[in-house]
Design a binder for this molecule. Sequence first.
Ligand SMILES: O=P(O)(O)OC[C@H]1O[C@H](OP(=O)(O)OP(=O)(O)O)[C@H](O)[C@@H]1O
Length: 180
Amino acid sequence: MPVPTPQTRCGVCLSHPPAWDRLVAISAYEDPLPQLIHAFKYQQAFELAIPFARQLSERIHSPAPVLLPVPLHWRRRWQRGYNQSMHLAWALADYLDTHVVDNVLARSRHTAPQQGLSRQARLSNLKNAFAINGELPSSHVAIVDDVVTTGQTVSQLCRLLRRAGAETIDVYCLARTDLP
Ligand SMILES: O=P(O)(O)OC[C@H]1O[C@H](OP(=O)(O)OP(=O)(O)O)[C@H](O)[C@@H]1O
């Protein structure tokens, strides 16, 4: 949930510690971000990655040396034509002087979009949806996604990354939202 400073933890995080170590977002899901994120994700406005990355990078101190964009299944990637998180990661890497590694996280299963599902359905929707290929290039990594809502997507990836040896996991996203 939104908190006054990036260092602050909300009550939910204190009672149920998240799977990641640090989450950085531009802001909560409030104007003008919803419209811009929609265009970025569904209307081919991937050039928005540059101003998004500039704003996000200003909030990231001691960045992870490796950025891991949330992968799309090839069918979703083919339908949309691009992976918005990949574009965000590429632009972010320029501002942070870090590297994008796009072949470590993989989708092993095609799933329904998380958007529109309940909290419980989002968890089961992602069962065995991701896999890790090869070795982690660093023990400090950052998952890059457009939006974090229930956190199930990044939590699933955190579990796999911890098993693969990740010690510090950041999450860099455009907005942190809550279910409607
Ligand atoms: O925190 P969560 O509750 O897991 O939800 C966040 C996820 O949902 C959205 O993806 P979605 O599956 O809707 O779309 P996409 O995979 O087609 O980008 C968004 O891009 C995140 O990846």
